[in-house]
Design a protein around this ligand. Structure first.
Ligand code: IMP
Ligand code: MG
Length: 175
């Protein structure tokens, strides 16, 4: 049976999300001519997105996209969009909100896709970043925490659809 080990506690996440919110607010400032289109990547980012948008003092429109690249704990290497956003990306300033950038395949695919759809600008905010796992050269614009190569769950992140409801981020240990 896998066990859980504490990793990033609730208070630390809350404080970091507030910092990111301020940084994003300052960066977009009054440069927006239309509300920022926030694209929440389902399912993992739903909690991070809900918390982060409330720390941003900006006009936003929120939409959802679902991507799949993972089976169990291993990336399959192939990215599929299993739910398309309702809004058109054309001429929009877009902020992608993602739970974790791992191999980088999902975010590389999504940036390409939004470019094809003629987005005006596109940035990525992720709660977690595992740079040592990168297969595609990509970096997020806003990173909550850079972490080592550990499989983590909680605060939206799952292992086979479990543990998304945890208030903190924990390491799933198999021993
Ligand atoms: P990438 O395309 O390899 O960057 O994978 C991104 C997706 O893999 C994330 O959106 C997560 O859904 C999933 N993922 C990667 N690492 C973890 C992890 O440690 N815990 C839970 N999900 C993960
Ligand atoms: Mg995901």
């Amino acid at each position: 049976m896998p066990r859980l080990e504490s990793f990033i506690d609730e208070a630390k996440i809350k404080a970091r999300v507030a910092e990111l919110g301020t940084q994003i607010t300052n960066d977009y400032g009054n440069q927006l001519d239309r509300p920022l289109l926030v694209l929440c990547v389902l399912r993992g980012a739903f909690i991070f997105c809900a918390d982060l948008v409330r720390e941003m003092q900006l006009p936003v429109e929120i939409d959802f996209i679902q991507l799949r690249s993972y089976e169990g704990k291993e990336s399959s290497g192939e990215v599929k969009m299993t739910q398309a956003p309702r809004s058109s990306a054309k001429n929009r300033d877009i902020l992608i909100i993602e739970d974790i950038v791992d191999t980088g395949r999902s975010m590389t695919w999504l940036l390409e896709h939004l470019k094809d759809e003629s987005a005006k600008s596109c940035k990525i905010a992720c709660l977690l970043d595992k740079p040592s796992r990168r297969v595609k050269e990509i970096s997020a614009d806003y990173v909550g925490f850079e972490i080592e190569d550990k499989f983590v769950v909680g605060y939206g992140l799952d292992f086979d659809e479990s543990y998304r409801d945890l208030k903190d981020v924990q390491i799933l240990v198999n021993d």
